[in-house]
Design a protein around this ligand. Sequence first.
Ligand code: AMP
Length: 418
Amino acid sequence: MPRSEPIKAVRGVRDILPTERPLWRVAETAAAETARRFGYEEIVTPVIEHAELIERAGDDSDAFVKELYRFEDRGGRKLALRPEATAGVVRAYFEHGLQQGPQPARLFLTGPMFRYDRPQKGRYRQFFQLDVEAIGSGNAGLDAEVIELARDWLTELGLGNLRLELNSIGDSRCRPAYLDELRSYYRPLKEKLSGDSQARLERNPLRLLDSKAAEDAPFKSGAPRITDHLCSDCSAHWQQVRRTLDSAGIEYVLNPYLVRGLDYYTRTVFEFYPGGATGQQDALAGGGRYDGLAEAEGWPPTPAVGFASGLDRVTDLMATSGEEIIARPAADVLVLPDGDLAVEAAEVARICRAARTVSVDYDPRSLKAKMRSADKVGAKWVVIITADNAKSRTAQLKDMASGIQAEVPWSELSERLA
Ligand code: AMP
């Protein structure tokens, strides 16, 4: 019979191995602690949602609809793997009456997101995000608050060398007039623009500003800036966000080309980059205000602000920036049965587990070989059981650091290891 090929992981997804998990755990624990320090509570929403929920929040041309993992389940429902968390968190906020509780609802979530994008370094089809949302208030203080939360978290992870880019994209009152100006500016240049930008010029001219195409680059600096065209409410909001950041000592760079292409995004937009890096590819976190999203999902209009950060990129950067995370051995105590003593070894392990993390080396190798690997994995103690030990219900307890070894009755093991 021909041997079948072994089946490997799906393209664009990856395994996070036990050697990498400690670093991830540091990032996740710091995220939860930082979020709680700011009064944010954890929410868990499903990985699958109705495709329509995501599609209503996007538009056909938007990457995250084009990149949607969309499928039909066995009951014929049209579902999607979530490409980001916000749409689902907003759905859950209304579905469970969180709008009737204290406002804003301050929520955070970590979990996998899915986008059918071209995989490359730092870009995966399944990736993990920390998502932070404050729903139910339009106060500018919250825009600054989520920015401060993101900054504190990244700083705590040793990634304090950051560049924060900031912009305001106005709202449904001031943006339409600005978009007309932008169209008027770009129309005479149309022939010189990239194909994508030509296609977007009438429908979504804001996206011309964040185009990466070389053809579009020379025209950006002459384009009208939205921050010069904000209505008085947006302008006051914009000033207050900056004043709050200034008083918190948070530095930022004003980037008039930082935009979001969808109508429900309003006012503040921001992105965090590692200091020194440029280009969207390297963004560690991105967020902003989305006062129009609830309505786009069919709920009552409700202001909200938040951000999402990619844990894959954050942990990659932690690893390369030399944050030293000492990987703990899988277990402090290793039980080494010398011979066919599996039942006794399991019992001794159970006793030791009252005090320490314990694993058993069941391999039928010589005791010498087992001692060598106990040393290699960094066990702090080994508990050796020979046939004679098993009869007298004793064991040889060895402290690996000092090398001191003593015979100990099983009944005293957990006390000696405590
Ligand atoms: P976005 O939801 O596109 O604003 O992305 C928010 C953050 O998630 C980005 O700043 C990245 O850190 C991360 N991210 C987005 N897409 C991916 C991906 N395909 N792979 C890994 N991280 C991603």
